[in-house]
Ligand binder design. Structure first.
Ligand code: FES
Ligand SMILES: [Fe+2]
Length: 442
């Protein structure tokens, strides 16, 4: 449970808010590179942290992220002409480049220097691994991009996808760090007798109330949930929260799985989910697999198809799913009654989407009742709120200037009972390391 004022502090990200200031310290995934198809392609509306922005790719292929409103008389730049290294407002022809400089002002006399005095707000943009990263913060010397393995490998190895979620980013993020729902929401219908002995799923459905270790780290928080595997071993599931909205989930095999998931606030009530993943490092079966227990949404690009609606041009018209609140996510009550599927909702991603969106646009945390299994959620909220308050006192979070803190991995591992959970996994938790003895399936 949180006080109403803490819930406000935690969830509001617009300009001038305490959490919004924290978000603006970091590079933010803004739009997929492929959405800006080529030089002088159509401008795209994107909202980030409650700000309406226009993304465009200029004649040279450089990306511009500028304010929606023309600084002249505030027509929308979305309708602009993308031509000759700039976006030209169609109202009076003022033209701006990717840096926000006004490079042409044909409505003023040729001798006027007014154009040198006018700028449009433009945020720095960098492209890497299929992602246009945006920096909306105050620094003139830009911080480094986070060293996220899934976003730094050669083309062809990684996959990137996005899905719109219609709720605040905190409850969406909390779905990724709340491991205790796995045995219910996702695997509640799996009969232990039917699971493959020795598989991670087998251990998960045999003991549905694991114990937890949770720690604060320089990058955010880490938990490991553990339960007995065999009489002399534990099955450990490691997952991380990384400032300010990243999660690495514990599915798959620790030391193999490469992924990073971002819950980017579009505004206070919309979140863009970003999945950056190396598909070959994810297991093929069970909950660690690419998709759902039976068919459904697959966000790893491996098998099945994610059921997207076509993208449109509105602020919220990108990467929406066909199963949504308006159609009750196409819940299959018969599958639920027959216990063929615990939820009747098709696919792991969608199951998470249903429960987090069903909390309302911004969850009323004043009315919650948190148990021992919510320790990671509690610690992560505190971590975010503390970092936000410390920033107000002039202390930027360590992770902004230490990109190497992001070079880590998550996943599951079987350890002898006497092995220390952190010492015993130090190498496995490092990114960019090969472990030839390990495979993606367990
Ligand atoms: S409103 Fe954009 S040029 Fe006048
Ligand atoms: Fe989940």
């Amino acid at each position: 449970m949180l006080s109403a004022s803490d819930n406000e502090l935690l969830t509001k990200v617009g300009p001038g808010t305490i959490m919004g200031d924290l978000m603006r310290q970091f590079w933010i995934p803004g739009i997929q590179s492929s959405e800006l198809a080529g030089p002088d392609s159509d401008p795209v509306r994107i909202r980030l942290l409650g700000e309406d922005l226009i993304a465009f790719r200029d004649t040279n292929g450089d990306v511009g992220i500028i304010d929606n409103f023309c600084p002249h008389r505030r027509a929308s730049m979305f309708f602009g002409r993308n031509e000759e290294c700039g976006l030209r407002c169609v109202y009076h022809g003022w033209k701006f480049d990717v840096n926000g400089d006004c490079v042409d002002m044909p409505s003023e006399p040729a001798e006027s220097n007014f154009k040198d005095k006018v700028k449009i707000t433009a945020y720095a943009a960098k492209e890497r691994g299929g992602v246009v990263w945006v920096y909306m913060g105050p620094r003139s010397k830009l911080p480094p991009l986070p060293e996220l393995e899934a976003n730094m490998l050669p083309e062809g190895e990684w996959a990137v996808s996005s899905i719109m979620r219609t709720c605040n980013f905190v409850q969406a993020l909390e779905g990724d760090i709340d491991t205790s729902h796995l045995g219910f929401l996702h695997l509640g219908s799996v009969d232990p007798a039917g699971a493959v002995p020795g598989s991670y799923d087998y251990y998960t459905v045999n003991i549905r109330s694991p114990r937890y270790k949770v720690i604060d780290t320089d990058y955010g928080t880490t938990y490991a949930a553990y339960r007995e595997a065999e009489p002399d071993t534990y099955y450990w599931r490691f997952a991380h929260f990384l400032m300010p909205f990243w999660a690495m989930i514990p599915t798959g095999v620790l030391g193999v799985q490469v992924l990073a998931r971002a819950w980017v606030p579009i505004d206070d009530t919309h979140t863009m989910f970003w999945n950056m993943v190396v598909p070959t490092t994810r297991s093929n079966g069970g909950q660690g697999g690419a998709g759902a227990p039976r068919g459904g949404v697959n966000i790893d690009g491996k098998k099945g198809a994610t059921d997207y609606l076509p993208n449109g041009t509105g602020w919220f018209d990108r990467w929406n799913l066909a199963q949504n609140a308006e159609n009750d996510y196409k819940i299959d009550r018969k599958a639920q009654y027959d216990n063929e599927n615990y939820t009747g909702i098709d696919g792991i991603y969608l199951q998470d989407q249903v429960v987090t969106e069903s909390m309302g646009a911004i969850s009323e945390r004043t009315k919650e009742h948190l148990g021992t299994s919510d320790t990671m959620v509690i610690k992560t909220r505190q971590r975010l709120m503390t970092a936000a308050k410390e920033l107000q006192e002039g202390m930027a979070p360590a992770a902004v200037d230490q990109p190497e803190l992001y070079a880590i991995r998550s996943g599951g591992v079987i350890l002898p009972k006497e092995t220390d959970w952190l010492e015993g996994t130090e190498e496995l938790r490092k990114a960019f390391v090969k472990h030839p003895g390990l495979t993606a399936n367990k």
